[in-house]
Design a protein around this ligand. Structure first.
Ligand code: MLT
Length: 207
């Protein structure tokens, strides 16, 4: 993991009330902030430590985790930089808040793509991830060993921002890196659906 760890960004830390439960790293979507996924985190793993950083890119007043050149076209150099910064933030938070055990990311949309970028560039940070409305973060994924990492992709069949081809390609890239990948689809669009909550709960429970 990187050095130079710093906690200097807006974030929320909800301390755990159930010891031994894996902590969650919550990564919000474009235009949201560090409060946006707290309810989802609480629903997925009641009593888990919740670490929720704000994305530090300001795109015309909207928070994002990394820059994009236009909708659906990512600034991949910026994604690598921001993933490195996020890894440093997680490192600092782990010490400051005494976070124990494995860490699972739960990301929605831009936050899911950040989580994918973090997995592929900083494979030691996460034990796994729930990626909601996600696409491949890199056109050519970096070589990474994700053996033992568990990933759930929850995407919509009518999502113009995360098409079925992109869903397949993301799953293939993560599987090729060694991750254990489960893909769940629903008939809707760019959204979180309650039908997928049980599988998400099972993933972030670890074990
Ligand atoms: C992105 O990361 O840009 C997402 O796929 C779309 C969005 O956040 O609006």
């Amino acid at each position: 993991m990187s050095t130079g760890a710093t906690l200097e960004r807006p974030h929320v830390l909800r301390p755990p009330t159930r010891p031994g439960v894996p902590a969650l790293l919550l990564l919000h979507g474009t235009g949201d902030d560090e409060h946006g996924l707290l309810g989802v985190g609480e629903a997925l793993s009641p009593g888990a430590a919740l670490l929720s950083p704000r994305g530090m890119i300001d795109e015309a007043g909207l928070n994002r985790h990394f820059r994009r050149l236009r909708e659906g076209v990512f600034d991949e150099d910026d994604l690598r930089r921001r993933a490195d910064e996020l890894a440093q933030f997680v490192e600092a938070a782990t010490v400051e808040y005494d976070l124990q055990g494995p860490l699972y990311a739960v990301g929605y949309s831009n936050g899911a793509n950040m989580a994918g970028g973090l997995l592929l560039t900083q494979p030691d940070v996460l034990a796994g991830a729930v990626l909601i409305a996600a696409v491949p973060p890199f056109s050519t994924p970096p070589a990474a060993d994700l053996t033992g990492r568990r990933v759930l992709i929850s995407n919509g069949e009518r999502d113009a921002m995360a098409t079925q081809d992109q869903t397949r390609s993301l799953a293939e890239q993560l599987s090729a890196a060694g991750a254990q990948v489960q893909v769940l689809t629903h008939p809707g669009g760019h959204q979180l659906v309650p039908e997928h909550l049980p599988a998400m709960q099972a993933l972030v429970a670890g074990g």
